[in-house]
Design a protein around this ligand. Structure first.
Ligand code: C5P
Length: 218
């Protein structure tokens, strides 16, 4: 059976960076499940969270996510195409978070993620990988960090890309998304009972990678 490593945690905690590096070290593909929710939000547009379940089901039924390559170069494709850079905006993140409480959307995503993990060894990164989608994963990790530190990291990341970064707005957006993700009744953000907890507030990316690799390699 494919090897599955799960990585869950709140927005801006460094999951994507870690997932990519971990996949590189272990020679697995990485699956950014937030990007799947973002791609759905971006493609369906604002307000899709209020559509009837049947309409959402039908629209999502036409989606086709796939993975190409492995390690750091893994690509997530939708309908055979790379995802647009625009899915990375804070606005699309908030839309994704709203769409993520809709039962038919969660059911679709879970099915699509399990399907990808059936044939491909994965580092699967998101909010409910260890709790809902891959409860039998070999290794589970839950990352957390102080919210202001997460907002600072997100600002640095944006500035590194030459994009404007407003700390107050980003901190507020992160807090809003955290509340939504932790307090929803369906697949709330929380550690799986058998996940290793890693508080990354005072750790460098390299230190987090080392801690996680140590655990995996025993
Ligand atoms: O991780 P990222 O910030 O890209 O995720 C965007 C949003 O998608 C999250 O705020 C969350 O509401 C939702 N999500 C989810 N379950 C996942 C991954 C993301 O509900 N496994």
């Amino acid at each position: 059976a494919p090897l599955i490593v799960t990585l869950d945690g709140p927005a801006g905690v460094g999951k994507s960076t870690l997932a990519r590096k971990l996949a590189g070290e272990l020679g697995l593909a990485f699956l950014d499940t937030g990007a799947m929710f973002r791609a759905a939000a971006f493609t369906l547009g604002e307000g899709a969270w209020d559509w009837p379940q049947g309409v959402l089901q039908q629209k999502l039924g036409a989606f086709e996510f796939s993975l190409r390559g492995s390690g750091e170069n893994t690509e997530l494709l939708l309908g055979g195409q790379p995802l647009p850079e625009a899915i990375r905006s804070e606005e699309t993140g908030r839309w994704a978070s709203k769409l993520a409480v809709v039962p038919s959307v969660r059911a679709y995503m879970k099915m699509a993620q399990i399907f990808l993990g059936r044939t491909t060894s994965l580092v699967a990164e998101g909010r409910d990988m260890g709790t809902v989608v891959f409860p039998d994963a070999r290794h589970k990790f839950f990352l957390d960090a102080d919210p202001d530190e997460r907002a600072r990291r997100r600002c640095r990341q944006l500035e590194g890309q030459g994009r404007p970064a407003d700390f107050a707005a980003i901190a507020a957006s992160i807090r809003q998304r955290d509340d939504q993700d932790r307090n929803r009744s369906i697949a709330p953000l929380k550690p799986a009972p058998d996940a290793m907890l890693v508080d990354t507030t005072h750790l460098t990316e390299g230190e987090v990678l080392e801690a996680v690799l140590d655990r995996i390699r025993g």
